[in-house]
Design a protein. Structure first.
Length: 224
């Protein structure tokens, strides 16, 4: 029986990762190889892949940001620098979830949970204050003519509607914080909208710098 394992993404994973992304999002352009390699270079601790046996079945990518710079309306392209993660900064206290996708054949096998758990472990290990993400709302297109996106999200919170993404994120302990409009304009299922969600690190120590800040300071001291 194959086992499920999650680890940090490596360069040798990129081709399989891009193939899986193309399978999961056939109507959205997949990342090119150089972009994924740059994400790994910028922030290796925040990139994860899930394997079921020896098969890559999921991916989660993230960066660290100064949330105050992005707390108002923003798009995915803006906050991730079009997926390059050039907006990543060691000065930040927020782990931002840029992408998660799972093989359709492995849905229901807790791959998504394992990837979210890897993010939580990283957030704690780096002494970051929280995880923030903007999740797709793929169930919205079916009822878009009947209700506004904000009401749709409320009905998911109340349990009247099950959304494939937001319902999962709520079960993972994330708080719903509102709607980001035009977050992914090409996402037709969500009509471009996304739900803003947050998870607060219970182990965050505000009296200490983050591990990224400590590592950066040590590097600067070595260079000087």
């Amino acid at each position: 029986m194959p086992t499920l394992n999650v680890r940090n993404t490596r360069l040798e994973d990129i081709d399989a990762l891009v193939r899986l992304q193309t399978l999961v999002y056939p109507s959205i352009d997949a990342w090119d190889r150089d972009r994924v390699a740059h994400q790994i270079e910028v922030f290796p601790e925040g990139q994860f892949v899930a394997f079921y046996g020896n098969r890559l079945v999921g991916c989660a990518s993230s960066l660290v940001i100064l949330w105050d710079e992005w707390a108002e309306e923003h798009t995915w392209d803006e906050i991730t620098a079009s997926g390059t993660f050039d907006t990543h900064t060691v000065e930040g206290f927020t782990l931002y979830g840029a992408e998660v996708f799972v093989s359709p054949k492995l849905r229901g096998k807790r791959v998504g949970h394992a990837l979210y758990e890897a993010r939580r472990r990283a957030c704690k290990a780096l002494n970051l204050r929280r995880i923030i993400a903007c999740g797709r709302l793929p169930g919205y297109h079916a009822v878009a003519e009947q209700m506004a996106i904000e009401f749709y999200a409320r009905k998911v919170l109340w349990g009247d509607i099950a959304d494939p993404v937001l319902s999962f994120q709520l079960r993972e302990g994330f708080r719903y914080c509102g709607i980001m409009h035009n977050y992914l304009p090409d996402d037709k299922e969500s009509h471009g909208h996304a739900s803003l969600i947050a998870w607060i690190n219970p182990d965050y120590d505000a009296s200490q710098p983050t591990k990224l800040q400590l590592a950066f300071a040590a590097t600067q001291e070595t260079l000087s």
